[in-house]
Design a protein. Structure first.
Ligand SMILES: Cc1cc2nc3c(=O)[nH]c(=O)nc-3n(C[C@H](O)[C@H](O)[C@H](O)COP(=O)(O)OP(=O)(O)OC[C@H]3O[C@@H](n4cnc5c(N)ncnc54)[C@H](O)[C@@H]3O)c2cc1C
Length: 385
């Protein structure tokens, strides 16, 4: 055996898994097809919004646990990874989305405030509200620095003994009842288990995902404020807003100038992650331009910077987390469907638990690969023999 376990794909989930596996003294190999901290898949773009009071109530426990883990990684590495500026969810309190945020807050006892009317206007003049709308402020929200987090976690894993192979795509994995054989373009490795965290490439190594997994392009767009002072982080926390059918999210002017706003409804299918085109056509940004014009009048509506990223989506919008086969040697952590960064440390911990104990204290039954009837990878090989 070359190691107890290999983590394939050292992006968001893989970096969190390898950091926590190495921290337990497990011998671990990490494979990444590009450099560590690259911008070709799901985590680029310099910021991710972090909020615990999620409209997807089921993910709140993972995010709450992740808050502590991000702080732990900060302590381990001496890097500031998550700021503490809070997070805003904006909309009509009678919609399911806003009601769910309140359910998360009540169920998990989260510090929050609700602003409406003149108070909302004077506190957050950047967000003129439609009649009846409110702003929910989530105290523990903030801004995550994704590239810094991935690099810090991988470096920490390395210092704890993990062996990192960057610019090394894994081209095939073969599982049997004793372990897994991993093929790269020029080497073969034998390990006890693998954790597959290949993000938008998840169905390449695990083709049985094909029917339930798709890859989509999401755009990030940056805008120039009339008054940059109004959009600095202390005054303009990360936000998500659904108003009159328009769903936007954004982060403050982290460089003191550019404000990031994305329109959630704009996503195009990517046929093959290997041939992802990062060029963005002019017509693809007209939608977010209209959304900004409508909801953020203090920004110049023409985006000045545009970046395209990929994300792996599942057919029910929930990630796939668990062992693919009965002998538990292939563990999938993928399909985060646009929601993954905030919960990634908890997902790394779950991967670590599944590797070491074949079990976890987190409630993950609803995320199991078996919900899609995914066939037993090992069983296919055995059955065809
Ligand atoms: C534009 C955008 C905005 C988002 N905003 C937010 C947000 O504000 N808050 C939030 O919580 N989430 C957000 N998300 C979601 C979050 O970023 C993703 O869910 C998360 O990054 C997915 O992580 P992952 O590990 O599945 O994929 P990735 O982070 O892409 O990691 C996969 C890694 O595997 C590598 N790899 C693939 N195949 C192989 C192979 N065969 N061999 C070796 N390596 C391989 C890839 O190169 C990559 O490094 C956003 C996503 C996007 C795209």
């Amino acid at each position: 055996m070359d190691a107890d376990v290999a983590v394939i794909g050292l992006g968001t989930m893989g970096s969190m898994a390898i950091w926590q596996l190495a921290g337990q003294g497990v011998s671990v190999l990490g494979f990444e097809q590009y450099g560590i901290g690259h911008d070709r898949s799901a985590y680029g773009g310099e910021s991710r919004r972090f909020r615990i009071a999620s409209p997807l109530v089921g993910e709140t426990p993972f995010i709450k646990a992740s808050y502590r883990k991000f702080r732990e990684l900060e302590q381990d590495t001496g890097k500031q990874l998550l700021s503490d500026s809070g997070a805003l969810t904006i909309g009509d309190p009678n919609t399911g989305r806003m009601k769910n945020v309140m359910i998360s807050i009540e169920k998990y006892d989260l510090d929050h405030k609700i602003f409406e009317g003149n108070e909302a206007m004077s506190r957050y003049p950047q967000h003129p509200l439609l009649p009846g709308e409110v702003i929910i402020w989530d105290d523990l929200g903030g801004i995550l620095r994704p590239e810094q987090i991935v690099i810090s976690a991988v470096n920490r894993a390395k210092s704890l003994g993990a062996k990192i192979h960057s610019y090394t795509p894994v081209v095939d994995i073969q599982a049997d009842s004793n372990g897994v054989t991993i093929h790269t373009n020029d080497s073969t490795y034998r390990v006890g288990k693998v954790v597959v965290t290949t993000g938008p490439w998840a169905n390449k190594l695990v083709p049985s995902l094909n029917n339930v997994f798709s890859v989509h392009r999401l755009l990030m767009t940056w805008f120039m404020p009339e008054d940059p002072e109004l959009f600095k982080e202390s005054k303009f926390p990360n936000f998500s807003r659904l108003s009159d059918g328009v769903h936007i999210q954004g982060t403050p002017a982290l460089d003191g100038r550019m404000v990031r706003v994305s329109d959630n409804s704009i996503k195009a299918e990517v046929k093959d992650a290997n041939f992802f085109d990062k060029n963005v056509a002019v017509e693809d940004i007209l939608g977010v331009r209209e959304s900004v014009k409508k909801l953020l009048p203090n920004l110049n509506p023409d985006p000045m910077r545009i970046s395209a990223f990929m994300e792996g989506f599942t057919s029910d919008g929930l990630p796939i987390v668990g062992s693919l086969q009965e002998n538990k040697n292939i563990i999938l952590v993928c399909g985060f469907s646009g929601q993954g960064f905030s919960q990634s440390p908890a997902m790394g911990e779950i991967a670590k638990d599944l590797v070491i104990y074949n079990n976890t204290d987190y409630q993950i039954d609803h995320l199991s690969p078996y919900r899609f009837g995914l066939v037993n990878y090992d069983y296919i090989q055995t059955a065809s023999e």
